[in-house]
Ligand binder design. Structure first.
Ligand code: SF4
Length: 373
């Protein structure tokens, strides 16, 4: 049973393998050239999530978001978007944007996004995102936007760059989600407020113009919080406390070697507490249970030192990131293939986005033909 027209269109596109009218090809070609529509397409919920083209995917992005996206491909109809229009609310260099977008696409594909099982595209390739944002802005209370913690934080830390785009950021996010009838949105704690606003926008729009959108629900992650190498704040490029996925093994080791641990473990002979140590949090992703037990016991009894512990972690990190780097290198050698994946993703996304936008315009009375009474 379809819960909305957009949902129907999404499911139909995937389940019926809609052909591209310009090329005659069906569905999305993937990196292997095959296409395998998901047999559960009719019963799966739709997920939307986006990432800014920051120029580098780091361990925090990977563990906190992208790894979950890869898993969601098996259980949900997924739309993953490189949100370049969100990116321009920060200071940026125009001549770097296309390279950053391309690099982000490579990184996401190398991490395991499969264009056969998800729709991966660039936000600006689907103009309906910004069009819907404007329509939604007309039902979004100004005061609610002013209360957004992220906006207040950014305004406080970057008083020289308080632009209207930053203020409208959550409205564009709502448009991203609602265009595709997404019922689930993977959110971290820092995005919950924006999703709550998106739900409020849906309620206001539906109340004024009739039932049009579904209220998206959060898809809460069980992923432990990944701190930066300083052990203080979330891993973030702007704080310089990240490990980049493309960094060499030796660079990664240099960063891990000096990374913060349990601050109470001042000497090698002091027992530590893995539960307050970010290095142990990383072991939970990169080491098997047996090794995690070695770390827990060794740490709490001072049986191992922090350097021993980090060397053990390094093995898992270099194994997993090495595999991602290898796949990224292969993709980098075939840029046309990556661009084709994005173009096909945008093509599929636009079919849904256009249908949603037509319905929104009709509901709002925009663009209806004049009929003299
Ligand atoms: S031994 Fe490992 S888990 Fe314990 S404080 Fe040192 S780095 Fe952290």
């Amino acid at each position: 049973m379809f819960s909305s027209f957009a949902d129907w269109t999404i499911q139909s596109l995937i389940a019926f393998d809609v052909p591209d009218p310009t090329t005659g090809r069906r569905g999305a070609p993937n990196l292997t050239g095959n296409h395998a529509p998901n047999k559960n397409a009719f019963t799966m919920e739709t997920v939307f999530s986006g990432i800014q083209p920051s120029g580098e995917l780091h361990l925090g992005n990977y563990l906190g978001a992208v790894r979950n996206w890869v898993a969601l491909q098996d259980t949900h109809t997924c739309f993953f978007c490189i949100v370049d229009y969100h990116g321009i609310t920060q200071p940026y260099q125009p001549d770097e944007v296309s390279r950053f977008v391309h690099e982000m696409a490579i990184a996401l594909l190398a991490c395991g996004l499969d264009p056969d099982r998800c729709t991966l595209f660039v936000q600006s390739a689907v103009p309906e995102h910004t069009e819907l944002a404007w329509a939604l802005a007309s039902v979004t209370p100004h005061g609610e936007l002013g209360r957004m913690t992220q906006f207040k934080d950014k305004a406080e830390h970057h008083p020289d760059n308080i632009n209207a785009g930053l203020f409208m950021y959550p409205v564009l996010q709502a448009a991203d989600i609602l265009l595709y009838g997404a019922t689930r949105v993977p959110v971290g704690e820092d995005q919950r407020q924006h999703l709550e606003l998106a739900r409020e926008i849906v309620r206001r729009f539906n109340a004024r113009f009739g039932e049009t959108f579904l209220e998206p629900q959060p898809l809460l992650s069980t992923t432990p919080r990944i701190l930066g190498l300083d052990g203080q704040a979330k891993m973030s490029k702007s704080l310089g406390n990240t490990i980049g996925l493309a960094e060499s093994d030796s660079t990664i080791w240099e960063k891990l070697r000096t990374a913060a641990t349990d601050p109470a473990r001042a000497r090698r002979t002091d027992p530590g507490n893995p539960l307050v140590c970010n290095i142990y949090t990383l072991h939970r992703f990169f080491s098997d249970e047996e090794r995690q037990e070695v770390v827990r016991t060794g740490c709490t009894t001072a049986g191992i030192g922090c350097i021993d512990c980090k060397k053990m972690l390094l093995e898992g990190v270099t194994r997993d990131l090495g595999a991602i780097r290898t796949r990224a290198q292969m993709l980098r050698q075939d840029p046309a293939r990556v661009e084709r994946v994005l173009a096909d993703g945008a093509f599929r996304a636009r079919i849904i986005a256009r249908a949603t936008m037509e319905r929104v315009r009709h509901r709002m009375g925009i663009g209806r033909p004049f009929a003299a009474s």
